[in-house]
Structures are given as C-alpha cells and as structure tokens.
Design a protein around this ligand. Sequence first.
Ligand SMILES: N=C(N)NCCCC(=O)O
Ligand SMILES: [Zn+2]
Ligand SMILES: [Zn+2]
Length: 322
Amino acid sequence: MSSNETPRGPVDSSRIPRYAGPATFARLPRLDEVGTADVAVVGVPFDSGVSYRPGARFGGNAIREASRLLRPYNPAQDASPFALAQVADAGDIAANPFNINEAVETVEAAADELLGTGARLMTLGGDHTIALPLLRSVAKKHGPVALLHFDAHLDTWDTYFGAEYTHGTPFRRAVEEGILDTSALSHVGTRGPLYGKQDLTDDEKMGFGIVTSADIYRRGADEVADQLRQRIGDRPLYISIDIDCLDPAHAPGTGTPEAGGMTSRELLEILRGLSSCNLVSADVVEVAPAYDHAEITAVAASHTAYELTTIMSRQIAEARAK
Ligand SMILES: N=C(N)NCCCC(=O)O
Ligand SMILES: [Zn+2]
Ligand SMILES: [Zn+2]
C-alpha cells in the first residue's frame, strides 16, 4: 500500500453476519484482493515436526475461524490496526507433509517472497519447526534479530530420532546458523520437566535468558514486559509464540501441554507492554484444534495475533508519519 491510499479493512460485521463467508484472519481482505500488504497474515499448515500429539496443521484455519469475532479498534493499544496499515490474509504456504527438509525450504522461500514485497509477516502455524525457516528469511532482510520466544519449552534441544528439524530444535539451529542476535534472546513462560540440568546449561551458553511462568506469576506482567523491553532496546525483534506458553486451562488445544502456565490475560498484557519495540515479524504456532474445547485455544491465539498485528501496524504508521 502506498502512503496515500486508505487500507482496506475487515468485512463490516454489523452488516454481514460475522459467521458468513469463508474465513480470513479478522475478516480482512485476501492479499490477492489488495495487491500488496504492510502486514501479511500467512498460514503454515505443517505439523510433521511434532514429538507428541499431531494436529497443528489445522491451527491456522482454526485461528482464522476464531478471529471472526475480533473488532477493528484495539483499546488496549489505543489503535485501529487495520486502518493504520494494510493487513491482508496471504493464504497458506503449501509445505510438504512427507519431507521435513523440503517443507523447511518451502517455508523459507515463501517467506522470502512475502518479505521481499515489503510486508512484515504474521504467521499462523503449524508446529514450531517453522520458526527456523521464518527466522532465516527475516535475518536475510534485517541481519541477526532479537528473539522473544513464548513457550513452555526451551526448543533448543539438539535432535529427536536423529532429526535436526523438529518442533523441539528450531532455536538451537537458529543460534548455530548465526541468524539470532545472541545479546537479546529470551524464553518467556518456560516450565515443566527437562531431560536433564544440562538442557539449561546448553541453553544459557547459546545466550538465552529465561523468564519462567512462575516469574510472571510472582513479578507480574508489567515488570516482566519492562525488563524484556530494556533487553531488546531498538533491535529488530522477532516474536515467536508457542500457544503452549499458556496454561492448559487457557490453551488445551495443543500438542505438548504442560501444567502451571501463564494466563491468556498475562500473555496479552506482556505483549501490550512491548508495543514500542521494533517488531519485524511474528508467529503463533502449535494450535491443535482436535484437542480444543469451545475454541478456547483458537480464541486465545487469535487475540494474540491481533495484539502482534497491532504492534506492527502502529509502527508502520509511525514510520510513515516521520
Ligand atoms: N515446541 C513444542 N511445542 N514442544 C517441544 C517439545 C519437545 C519434546 O517432546 O521434548
Ligand atoms: Zn512448547
Ligand atoms: Zn515450541
């Protein structure tokens, strides 16, 4: 979108019932209807990298369905994200479910293409494997990026069954490849049993700081967001959100649930506290609707993507105004 054009927003739900028609994220136009977008929402229906319950290949469409109820003004960030910038639904990346290496290449190439048009990416996963090709693509454009990784898990393990591309390994690969800015890496929401203490030692050596789910409970969302913001500064930032960062009560529909997680309110509040960060792209992954109830997980994921999109749209509008 050029700066003098008005973005095309969502379908008006006071005139066309919000449950009518095919689902796009937040009832926004498809990318092919608007030509180019400032923020491209893209699905990655891929879950061949999971170590436990499958089903995150259906996550993107579950989030789109649940996002029908989002409204255009976000009071928590005092912004109308879809009026500030053109946000559009770019559809799905057709990743090969039978060949993980090929799928990783396909995701990277599709991300390259979208980022090449000038868009930022709001990716709807898919399992966490897809964060690696997305980070590769983002790093080609911005150089090594700061990473905020919301997850119950570290996802810095080495291999599973000898496989190097899985949903438990993307961030170790990313560090090895030099595509992350190791002075600004944080896991948020970490908890649960590990394979051994060495997991933590390895993770620390890679440069990660950890804010556990208990830290969030004890210190509160505002203080945690302040600390994260200070660590990130004005570096280009990528946020990767595994929906299992939430307690299973707030996100039952996921593949590797762990007890004792943060609430959806805490997650959304931390994100709102990061609204001044230079968010260049983001993903929400690991939504597996087969284990969901009453769209609890998909609704939480749709609101999460909405806050992330709002951060990006605000920054795009601010940059244009300068
Ligand atoms: N990224 C997610 N959701 N899970 C990783 C769990 C890896 C394991 O089974 O140990
Ligand atoms: Zn996880
Ligand atoms: Zn994960």
